[in-house]
Design a protein around this ligand. Structure first.
Ligand SMILES: C[S@@+](CC[C@H](N)C(=O)[O-])C[C@H]1O[C@@H](n2cnc3c(N)ncnc32)[C@H](O)[C@@H]1O
Length: 286
């Protein structure tokens, strides 16, 4: 049976939309209908089910956590690339430059501490770009307690990200200096060097669920993720980010995203760059 032979009715599409919204906060618009049908048809056939309705019944009644994860992984959009929206990395380098001379925190062993979270990191290009941009500019960070937490709801992309292996074509558009960081592999792929991979902690994490992680963070990148959420969901996520960011720390969001910064305790500092500023929230509340 070919994928398109399984018809997706309005009611079935609504049920699927409801389930992915409940699990991952993702709001699927009408425009995603064909994509949803083609991605899920493969799973429906693999499960020997005869319709999308029976697949949703299966998800509701019998599915294991693994089955539910397969459903989520099938419906995420993972587009990303190295140095995407590169003005963010220029800004980050300027900001971390200030921290390098005047560290905000020390860890228990006395080393200066730097923590960055890439939330919705997809296949890893974003957190690795953070690492490359900072380590190229500030080699002294080698002596720091510097970690990058990289999380995503999609377990497939997290597994790929942790490997740090990419087709060489991913380096197109990078400067010679940026591309030179990667190691060439015998099979033609390229790999992020181990020194940069060692800065990373990759973990599955659903922004709709608990966040079992330790703040505070000096910066959070959550770019091109909340675009899939509705307004109330976005606001809740931004508020929770705020709780993990001390005054003066930064939140970077995607080029087509925005937030009502003042009421959430941030001030807009550049294109899609928000500085944590608790005073703003008090001013906005007056
Ligand atoms: C378009 S990619 C963005 C990747 C990267 N941040 C960038 O800007 O290049 C969006 C990512 O958000 C993830 N995502 C969607 N809903 C999520 C949720 N509820 N919790 C965590 N990640 C989520 C998707 O799995 C996907 O990998």
């Amino acid at each position: 049976m070919a994928d398109e032979e399984i018809a997706l009715s309005d009611k079935e599409f609504d049920r699927i939309r409801d389930r992915i919204y409940q699990i991952a906060g993702i709001s699927l618009g009408e425009a995603k209908r064909v994509l949803v049908a083609s991605r899920l048809a493969k799973i429906v056939r693999a499960k020997n089910l005869d319709s999308f309705d029976s697949y949703v019944d299966f998800l509701d009644r019998r599915a294991s956590d693994k089955d539910k994860q397969v459903f989520v992984n099938a419906l995420t959009t993972n587009l990303t690339r190295f140095y995407r929206e590169d003005h963010h990395f220029d800004h980050l380098v300027g900001y971390v430059g200030q921290l390098v001379t005047n560290p905000r925190h020390k860890s228990s062993n006395g080393r200066p501490r730097l923590r960055i979270w890439s939330a919705g990191c997809s296949t890893g290009q974003e957190p690795y770009t953070i690492a490359m941009a900072l380590m190229q500019k500030f080699p002294q960070l080698k002596g720091w307690d510097f970690r990058i937490l990289a999380t995503d709801v999609d377990t497939d992309v997290i597994a790929k990200a942790a490997l740090g292996i990419y087709p060489a074509g991913e380096l197109e558009g990078l400067s010679r200096e940026q591309a030179a960081v990667f190691e060439k592999m015998p099979d033609g792929n390229v790999r992020v060097p181990v020194a940069l991979r060692n800065l990373m902690t990759f973990k599955p994490l659903n922004l709709m669920g608990d966040w079992p992680l330790k703040g505070p963070f000096d910066a959070i990148f959550c770019r091109n993720v909340t675009i899939y959420f509705d307004r109330p969901t976005q606001t809740r996520v931004f508020e929770r980010f705020g709780e993990l960011l001390p005054d003066g720390a930064y939140l970077y969001i995607g080029h087509s995203e925005n937030m009502r910064s003042a009421s959430l305790g941030f001030s807009l500092e550049g294109k899609t760059i928000y500085r944590r500023n608790v005073q703003e929230r008090m001013r906005a509340a007056r």
